[in-house]
Design a protein around this ligand. Structure first.
Ligand SMILES: [Zn+2]
Length: 403
């Protein structure tokens, strides 16, 4: 059956190029970024879903064209009700500086085995790959083992409130469903992402006392206090939370002082306030609350010692539990990749947050995988057509895998 599926998918290559080219040319930018949303693109995609069980879930958003943010669910019934979902997103980011593009960003240009255009790789490639995978199964009249679910969602680029988050809230996915998010990966398609570090952003406001720089004894230099505090906390965090986990790139938690707000305008004034930020990416082995506690205790000690006041604010915080590397979704996906490509994929974790995080937070086993050159969000974004077709073969075989 696998050879038939592969052949069928190869036969759908031209059709894939045509569908992807058409949807690239329908601008689906979030109203948050000044666009009209996904409705026109969703209607185009629906016109290619003959034979699937199709359901549309519209989420109200008055700012968008049609007043809604559409989400499409397309299913092929399997022997089991349990569903393996392939979740891709319809929205794209704006083109950015158009002068950096060699081709018009919202015109699909096919050249040297690539399709250029905004959204071609992120996430058009996987969207179309999953679509032709389903088409191949339908055209062969096969019944897979798992039910195959394709979810084409809205609003991934600006927070997923009208997309994945809402679908999870409405109970679209069953607890034991398997989730594959093909929205990130490596150029060889040899790595499955199973974990993300927790993200915490701190804002530190250090209050001293402003005065003339020639008479420092009359004030308290917030700049100096902030530098001492930041260096101390930077070292203490790295010493205390020093565990390594080789599945992550890099394998340690990272604590980086980053942004610093401007303080005084002139050189001869000692600043009375210094505001700086720290970006922390913490391995899942550690409890984020405990890290925040630790920072607060350090702050109290520093305040007592130096006689300044510091406000600590957590301005961003994200946590998602890792998916077990022996979980069903990882094993099924690995088996499919190995059967189709003859490579045994590894697993890895990342410092950034993908939409897989929403699924993991809600308790779903989730694997993030695709084969991409990583041109997302860049000028001259492209999709390598071979990647689309070869990933489609993996998606087509996925619901047939029996462990
Ligand atoms: Zn994406």
């Amino acid at each position: 059956m696998l050879p038939d599926l592969k052949e069928k998918v190869d036969g759908l290559r031209d059709s894939a190029i045509e569908i992807l080219s058409k949807i690239i040319e329908i601008k689906a930018i979030s109203p948050d970024s000044g666009g009209e949303g996904e409705l026109k693109k969703a209607e185009k995609i629906e016109s290619h879903l003959d034979g699937f069980d199709v359901e549309r879930l519209d989420v109200k958003d008055d700012r968008a064209y049609g007043g809604v943010r559409p989400n499409i669910l397309a299913r092929i019934r399997g022997e089991q009700k349990r569903t393996i979902w392939i979740v891709s997103h319809m929205d794209v980011v704006p083109e950015g500086d158009e002068r950096l593009w060699n081709t018009p960003p919202f015109r699909a240009v096919v050249e040297d085995g690539k399709i250029y255009g905004r959204g071609s790789e992120d996430n058009g490639q996987s969207l179309v790959a999953s679509l032709i995978a389903g088409k191949a199964i339908l055209e062969l009249g096969l019944t897979p083992y798992y039910t195959l679910g394709l979810a084409f969602v809205a609003d991934e680029e600006t927070g997923s409130k009208y997309g994945i988050q809402e679908l999870i809230k409405r109970g679209v996915f069953e607890k034991d469903d398997l989730i594959v998010v093909p929205d990130g990966g490596t150029p060889k398609g040899d790595m499955i992402e199973i974990a993300e570090k927790s993200v915490v952003w701190f804002k530190f406001s250090v209050f001293g006392k402003q005065t003339h720089a020639s008479m420092p004894e009359k004030g308290l230099n917030a700049n100096r206090m902030a530098m001492e505090f930041l260096l101390g906390i930077d070292r203490a965090l790295r010493d205390k939370y020093s565990k390594t986990n080789p599945i992550f790139q890099p394998p340690v938690s990272t604590f980086e002082p980053t942004k610093r707000e401007a303080n005084v305008d002139n050189v001869n004034t000692i600043p009375g306030l210094d505001v700086s930020y720290m970006d922390c990416r913490i391995l899942p082995e550690y409890n984020v609350d405990e890290v925040i506690e630790f920072v607060n205790r350090m702050k109290e000690g520093f305040e007592k010692e130096k006689g300044c006041r510091i406000e600590v604010e957590v301005v961003q915080r994200e946590f998602s539990p890792p998916t077990d590397e022996n979980s069903e979704v990882v094993r099924v996906l690995s088996r499919a990749i190995e059967s189709v490509r003859g490579i045994r994929p590894g697993v890895y974790g990342m410092g950034g947050n993908t939409c897989g995080a929403f699924f993991r937070k809600a308790g779903f086993q989730t694997a993030v995988w695709s084969t991409v050159d990583n041109t997302a969000h860049q000028p001259n974004e492209y999709c390598r057509i071979d990647n689309l077709v070869e990933d489609a073969k993996v998606f087509a075989y996925l619901p047939f895998v029996r462990l």
